[in-house]
Design a binder for this molecule. Structure first.
Ligand code: TDO
Length: 188
């Protein structure tokens, strides 16, 4: 498992090995030992799986507020996305900044988004399946987000307002500057 630190403190890309043979491949997609070493006390409690049929489906930017905040280990098993995390931890040296990583069934990358990230993705291929482990249970009353196209975030999404496909809920999300972030940055 190759692990790469990202520009946002606490965020990583994992690249699990894939062993190919005539039958196909085998891959350890999660190993608790890797997390125990790098991110002790991380405890996954729920696995999620979504399918996005079209190119240009944009889900995000989402998070749950404390005490139901979630770390997320995300990956793609079919298709391709541009995955984005935005640091919304008050006091963080990278507050308001983002990292974008392409995740695909081909590159087999996983992204670890620690709690305090607004997270979203945009599909680059049809029928994209997105799988992720989260460290807290779904809590609809703590479901929150910020607008993907907030100009202050300056994210280079592969969609325009004419082509983007969003949920009705996501069309109503506020800008970061209009959101009072409850997340505080803690040194690692
Ligand atoms: C997130 C979630 C949704 N649901 C339900 C609520 C709703 O009826 C339906 C669809 O929910 P949403 O529209 O919020 O799904 P979606 O827009 O895919 O939300 C997800 O987006 C990505 C970017 C994330 O980071 C995730 O944490 C999550 O917020 O599924 C659950 O039952 N459990 C869950 O954990």
């Amino acid at each position: 498992m190759q692990v790469t630190k990202l520009a946002i403190p606490g965020a990583y890309v994992f690249e699990p090995k894939r062993f190919g043979d005539d039958r196909g491949f085998f891959s350890e997609t999660y190993n608790q030992k890797v997390f125990d070493e790098l991110l002790p006390d991380t405890n996954f409690v729920q696995d999620n799986h979504s399918l996005s049929r079209d190119v240009g489906v944009l889900r995000g930017l989402h998070f749950q507020t404390p005490p139901f905040d979630q770390g997320k280990l995300v990956r793609v098993t079919r298709g391709k996305v541009l995955d984005v995390i935005v640091d919304i931890r008050v006091g963080s040296p990278t507050y308001g900044q983002h990292v974008a990583v392409e995740l695909s069934a081909d590159n087999w990358k996983q992204l670890w988004a620690p709690p305090g990230m607004a997270h979203g993705f945009c599909t680059l291929e049809p029928d994209t399946e997105f799988l992720y482990k989260v460290t807290n249970f779904y809590a609809p009353d703590h479901d929150a987000g910020i607008a993907y196209d907030d100009p202050d975030l300056d994210i280079d999404w592969p969609v325009t307002p004419d082509t983007v496909i969003q949920s009705e809920k996501d069309k109503q999300l506020p800008k970061l500057k209009d959101f009072n972030s409850p997340f505080q940055f803690k040194e690692e």
